[in-house]
Design a protein around this ligand. Structure first.
Ligand code: ADP
Ligand code: MG
Ligand code: MG
Length: 885
């Protein structure tokens, strides 16, 4: 296998490996590619990532043959440049640059000006006729090499430079002359000898091999490993090494170095965007040693800056740069992020890659580029990371506003919100009811806090991760949430929260940035999302290209409205349990649960019927003409029980039953493992009157709305937690019976479907039989994941992190569907369901319905729809289009 590939110098290698990022790394591939399309790239060579992998596997030793291959690479550069490496008269200098498949901060820094020593520095001075430049390059080299390759402390070098500047009254590096740099070089060499215990290497080959080994070693440096872990980059990729002839931006006022984007990465505007510095080298632009200059005259004038723009100072090189920009965009058909150097008026390209961009810029560029004919509509769809749309769907903090940051937690749910601090859900509801904006601040949240979370503008918790209750529920509701802000300590008795030495009282205003995890004191201005313009255009394209329908999980008219506005084509999951928590009806719910017999339950249910009817009528109103999947009551009854003395006493007064009696009934309802207990259709089997009431409410509402609405509602009644065909058979008979009774009473009817959730492994396995009574299956992948993995979602936080870190799960299975395992059950159920009942409607309504990777799986299974929380509907529309392309 070839270990070294050359680039530049006019030859065009036809070996595809020279342009393969997995072999030569991203930087190497793009350097070869730029050279191939005739751009001015200093010649060089790339040592492959395979060499790195073998070097590390072999205990840090080089393969036979690498020395010869590198020597040939050096000869390629020498021939092309007409200089010789280590030649005291006309020396070749090189840079040594790392370059993994993907750009990786945390990898080795670049070493510039390699090949300088006490002899070649004189040659460089003579050949260039510029002694200052030669000594400046030498001191840069010693400092960089000592830092990056020899591992010496760079502060000593910086301090030495500062002293020279102070002694001479200089402010800027450019004020130092040749003699100052020369003196500094002597001092630097002294520092090296002292710190290292030996002299700075004078042999240029020793220098080169030292740098090559340092690049390979940096792959296993701690910070690189951490970065890979955080970004899910495999440890066996390895990095390439690029060795390239130096070009010099520090050869006086006709030389410069810079970085640029071919379009504005923040806004997407088609305007060149960048910074440059005259008489400078390498990272000077980003290092903050001098303030960089603007690239274009327009940008300089907008900022009323004095130092000339490149457009004004170097019009020819600038024009050349513009030509390069066009060429690169046309070649890569994407916005490029480039690094360049101008050496005595001549432009050289040192790097290009597809530039990072904000979600807003990504949209604009994709739409613009499709308009320019640079890319197709389908490619434009593919250019947008669906998850990045999240940034655009919520109000965001005005970047121009000042922030008084108190602490930082996890960015659990995006968006920004300001409001008064409240410490419990009831206060949140009370204060929100009178129009106050509140932020619910809790140690962590639980299902009892839902109403408070709904009432609050945002949620802040001290504990809990990205998949904590607070995080999941807040994302579902589209509420910004910062979770796990561990610096926060809450004193419920005093109703205060402490962050370091700052104390928040109930009512104090704070601001959350759910995208960054920042918690700020006071109100910070926000800007509203724009769902029009480029966003609208791109979503329109996505809708044209997708096959699956997209529905929303929603159970309030407000959420349904948001969902419709975001393009939902129905409700995939309307949970009915939240409707039972409402303060006005919870006591009827409790009477029903605690009743001794069916008659008592029916009496309580009769009170709930009109309330439920109104719930469904309101939802049908909003969703007229679209299917609404309503799941009958699912959670174990004890979740609705009274808590604490006050609630029991209140209920005793209403029902005329004793507190002791009620407490005994409540104790009877206790379950050891409620997730696997008396819930789902088991409630419907044992207390059919509950489901009868819900079904009656649904059909009464549907008939009512059908009378007035232009388009009739399409209820799809969903039976939860079915494991056997017989369960569904009984439940379906119940639904049909109630429906026909009511239709007979009313002399009117509506179309409806009865189906089930597939959320237990047995149901998936028995899907063929279950399909006999199911017009549809909706994969309830939250429970299906819990029951297949035997992992409780609410308790997984403690071990999920380590599990993902150790690669036991590739990712959080509650976020991205476990395709290998749970996915098999979905595939099997889909297949058996279809075989038994061709045309059975299939959808997914777990959290996974809003996750792009899981959506791609749903497309592969040819499901009919995915259902996601309202704010994820656009994400799902885009992801569905991408997976269909
Ligand atoms: P990074 O991956 O951190 O961007 P690079 O390898 O791109 O590191 O090097 C950083 C900078 O060093 C480049 O932007 C460029 O300014 C400078 N540089 C690298 N190689 C050369 C070279 N051959 N000639 C001149 N400058 C170079
Ligand atoms: Mg770079
Ligand atoms: Mg479930």
């Amino acid at each position: 296998m070839k270990q070294v590939y050359t680039f530049g110098g006019g030859e065009t290698a036809d070996d595809p490996r020279t342009r393969d990022k997995t072999i030569v790394g991203g930087k190497g591939a793009n350097l070869a590619e730029m050279a191939g399309i005739g751009l001015p790239v200093p010649p060089g060579f790339t040592i492959t990532t395979e060499v790195c992998t073998r070097y590390n596997a072999a205990g840090r030793s080089f393969d036979d043959g690498l020395r010869e291959a590198v020597a040939q690479g050096v000869r390629h550069i020498e021939t092309t440049t007409g200089r010789r490496f280590g030649d005291p008269d006309n020396p070749l200098l090189v840079s040594v640059r790392s370059g993994a498949r993907v750009s990786m901060p945390g990898m080795m820094d670049t070493v510039l000006n390699l090949g300088l020593n006490d002899a070649t520095v004189a040659g460089l001075a003579a050949a260039s006729g510029d002694a200052r430049f030669a000594w400046d390059s030498y001191r840069r080299f010693i400092q960089m090499y000592s830092d990056v390759v020899l591992g010496l402390d760079h502060h000593r070098f910086e301090d030495a430079l500062e002293i020279v500047k102070e002694d001479n009254g200089f402010y800027n590096d450019v004020e130092l002359g040749a003699e100052h740099w020369q003196a500094l070089v002597a001092e630097y060499k002294g520092i090296v000898a002292e710190d290292l215990g030996r002299e700075f290497p004078q042999d240029v080959d020793v220098q080169l091999w030292g740098a090559i080994a340092a690049v390979f070693d940096s792959w296993n440096a701690e910070r690189a490993k951490v970065y890979r872990r955080l970004n899910a980059i495999p440890h066996d990729w390895g990095t390439a090494v690029n060795v390239q002839a130096m070009v010099f931006g520090n050869m006086g006022d006709t030389s410069a170095t810079g970085v640029a984007f071919t379009r504005d990465p923040a806004t997407g505007e088609r305007a060149w965007y960048g910074e440059w510095l005259v008489n400078a080298q390498g990272e000077d632009v980003v290092a903050g040693i001098r303030t960089p200059q603007y690239l274009t005259r327009a940008a300089r004038e907008r900022a009323s800056a004095k130092p000339l723009s490149m457009e004004e100072a170097m019009p020819e090189a600038f024009a050349e740069l513009g030509r390069v920009f066009d060429l690169l965009e046309r070649h890569y058909r994407d916005m490029q992020d480039i690094e360049f150097t101008v050496e005595q008026g001549k432009l050289w390209m040192l790097q290009t890659r597809s530039g990072k961009r904000t979600a807003k810029a990504a949209l604009k560029m994709a739409v613009d580029m499709a308009g320019e004919g640079l890319i197709t509509e389908a490619e434009a769809i593919g250019r947008i990371d669906p998850m990045a749309l999240d940034q655009l769907l919520h109000p965001t903090l005005d970047p121009a506003a000042t922030r008084d940051v108190l602490t930082r937690g996890l960015p659990a749910s995006p968006g920004a919100a300001s409001g008064a601090v409240v410490f419990d859900a009831d206060s949140a509801e009370r204060r929100a009811a009178i129009g106050e904006a509140v932020i619910l601040v809790r140690v962590e949240t639980s299902p009892e806090d839902i109403h408070g979370m709904h009432a609050a503008r945002g949620v802040l918790t001290a504990r809990g991760g990205m998949t904590s209750h607070a995080a999941v529920v807040a994302r579902g509701m589209g509420r910004p949430c910062v979770s796990g802000a561990s610096a926060l300590s809450i004193d419920m008795a005093a109703r205060t929260a402490r962050i370091g030495d700052r104390v928040l009282h109930e009512g104090d205003v704070i601001t959350l940035d759910g995208a960054s995890g920042e918690v700020m004191a006071g109100e910070v201005a926000t800007i509203e999302p724009e769902l029009v313009g480029d966003f609208g255009v791109l979503m329109g394209w996505a809708d044209r290209h997708r096959r699956m329908k997209v529905r929303a999980n929603a159970e309030t008219p407000a959420d349904c409205r948001v969902a419709r506005q975001f393009g939902a084509e129905g409700i995939g999951l309307c949970r009915t349990e939240h409707m039972f928590f409402d303060a006005a009806r919870i006591s009827a719910v409790r009477q029903m649960i605690l009743a001794e017999n069916e008659a008592g339950r029916r009496a309580a249910l009769a009170k709930l019927l009109p309330e439920q009817r109104a719930d469904f009528a309101a939802i049908f109103d909003v969703m007229a003409g679209l299917p609404v999947t309503i799941r009958l009551l699912d959670p174990p009854l004890h979740e609705f029980l009274p808590q604490g003395d006050a609630e029991f006493e209140e209920l005793a007064t209403i029902t005329g039953l004793g507190v002791a009696h009620l407490r005994r009934r409540a104790a009877e309802l206790h379950e050891f493992n409620p997730m696997l207990g008396h819930r789902g259709c088991r409630l419907g089997i044992t207390y059919p009157e509950i489901y009868e009431m819900q079904v009656r409410a649904i059909f009464e509402a549907a008939c009512d709305v059908a009378k007035s609405a232009a388009e009739a509602p399409i209820p799809e009644i969903m039976i939860p937690l079915v494991a056997t065909a017989r369960e569904l058979e009984i439940m379906r008979a119940l639904v049909d019976r109630v429906a026909h009774e009511l239709f007979a009473e009313r002399g009117a009817s509506v179309e409806y479907l009865v189906g089930t959730m597939i959320e237990l492994p047995r149901a998936a396995l028995m899907a063929g039989e279950i399909a006999a009574d199911a017009a549809f299956f909706s994969f309830g992948t939250n429970d299906l994941t819990q029951t297949t993995l035997g992992v409780s979602r609410d308790d997984a936080a403690r071990f999920l992190g380590p599990y993902v870190d150790q690669g036991i799960y590739a990712h959080d299975p509650f976020v991205t569907l476990d395709i290998d395992g749970v996915g098999q059950l979905v595939a099997l159920a889909a297949e058996r369901g279809r075989a038994a009942r061709p045309g059975i409607k299939l959808g997914i309504c777990g959290e996974h319905g809003g996750d792009p990777a899981s959506i791609a799986f749903c497309e592969a299974q040819k499901l009919d729809y995915v259902s996601a929380s309202p704010y994820r509907v656009p994400i799902a529309r885009l992801a569905a289009a991408q997976s269909a392309l």
